[in-house]
Write a protein that binds this ligand. Structure first.
Ligand code: MG
Length: 110
């Protein structure tokens, strides 16, 4: 299995091959991310219902979400690992509690 940097480099290579590696069109790329997220959601619904092959399909759709996310980072001209690190740092000390398997942030005080 390749590490994150190798996989990101492969995504960049594919984006260059498809000529979608240039800056700009970031809103269109974000629309693609939303589209792939909805495809993932559809598969997760089937997965929760126990439909055959939906787990594999969910994994494939999660991969699509990650792929278009990395292309979005490329188009934004940002390092996706730095963005992920900042998100981890931000969430490391976030206050809240887990309800039904989902973390819910603590309400802000006025
Ligand atoms: Mg897809």
């Amino acid at each position: 299995m390749k590490d994150f940097t190798e996989l990101n480099n492969q995504v960049i290579h594919i984006a260059q091959k498809w000529k979608i590696d240039t800056f700009g069109n970031i809103l269109k790329q974000n629309d693609k991310l939303v589209e792939e997220s909805l495809e993932l959601r559809d598969e997760l619904v089937l997965c929760e219902a126990g439909v055959k092959d939906s787990k594999q399909n969910s994994e494939d759709e999660l991969g699509d979400v990650m792929f278009v996310t990395l292309v979005l980072a490329l188009k934004m001209g940002v390092d996706p690992l730095e963005c992920l690190q900042r998100a981890c740092d931000k969430n490391m000390h976030k206050a809240g509690k887990t309800e039904n398997g989902t973390f819910v942030k603590a309400a802000r005080r006025a």
